[in-house]
Design a protein around this ligand. Sequence first.
Ligand SMILES: [Zn+2]
Ligand SMILES: [Zn+2]
Length: 401
Amino acid sequence: MPTLNIHPAIADLEKQIIAYRRHFHRHPELGFQEVETAKYILDQIKELELDIRHPVAKTGIVATMRNGDGPYSASGVGCIALRADMDALPMQETSDVPYKSVNDGVMHACGHDGHMAMLLGTILALDQLRDQWRGTVKFIFQPAEEGEGGARYMVAEGALNNPDAEAIFGLHVWNYQDFGSIGIRSGPVLAAADKFVITIKGKGGHGAMPQGTVDAIYVAAQLVVSLQSIVSRNLDPLQSGVVSIGQIQGGHSFNIIADEVTLKGTARAYREEDRQLIKSRLKGVCEGISATYDAAIDLDYQDGYPPTLNDPAMTEVAARAARRVAGDSVGEPYLSMGGEDMAYFLREVPGCFIFVGSAKPEHKDARVPHHCSHFDFDERALAVGASVFLEIVRDMLPAGS
Ligand SMILES: [Zn+2]
Ligand SMILES: [Zn+2]
């Protein structure tokens, strides 16, 4: 069991933070529909001295807390942003926790309920501790992280402006790491997550008479095999990338040569240049197969979230704050090729996305993954995350300088 140094103000608020999380968990809402969620958040902070902007990007909230005029810190930074995402997933909760979702077919299975609770706790603590920091903090509650990229709309609607945030930090509870650990890393921490649809048009005919036909299923098979050469033969083996075909549709019956097949897949990479390489090779392979087998192949490549890139200097700030909370239990995060729309904020201002270990000790041998129907996490991670946020503010916007 790691020794944790939870800030006393957060320790006092821990019960409240857990209650917030359970409320959000019980009442999940899908992306861009977080109406009740937003109302609840606004209700919790209505007594505080904050400038509130709502709605931003349909259901989002930007709450700005000013404490002196800043900038006061040695780095000259006067305003930083802290971010939480608000949306749940379209799935039925299967576990029987007392705070189980009451909304049929909707569930907080990624931990965004916890992110909102941590940010609310941080707001309350920073309001109580106004003598321990000086400057401006923007609290960003953003909708629709799961696929629709709510962060992009928040940026477009000026969530980071007026006053301008000079840095941004976000946290994710992370069931792939033990409770008590914190994962922090400079550079890419989550992947660019793109989508593609390939339509192959051949020429149908009788299964017994392939002459004169163009068999779209045969062409699809060649394509599925050839696409795997991109990562294995084109990408630098020391870099990361994935091309996965998740869906194939086509054909009519056992004795009919298919005239059309559709493939759907995802392409992932950690670095922008690798993403562009995969994209251009996908196009090249489609063109080559098309020419070889005389089939019309259309590639519809849709850019998804960019890679999530942590800034080196801001990563240092986050690591310092995290070490104050979790000491030696701060290390490399468990990385994956998942995507995160925090990437859009990190493209605008330097910052750091932090992974807060939240696996329950009793799940040690069978980790409960995010997006599974019995997802749950160790609620003690909430106080850890809120403490890290608090320490970041005290570090970036110190009272005494
Ligand atoms: Zn998720
Ligand atoms: Zn998430």
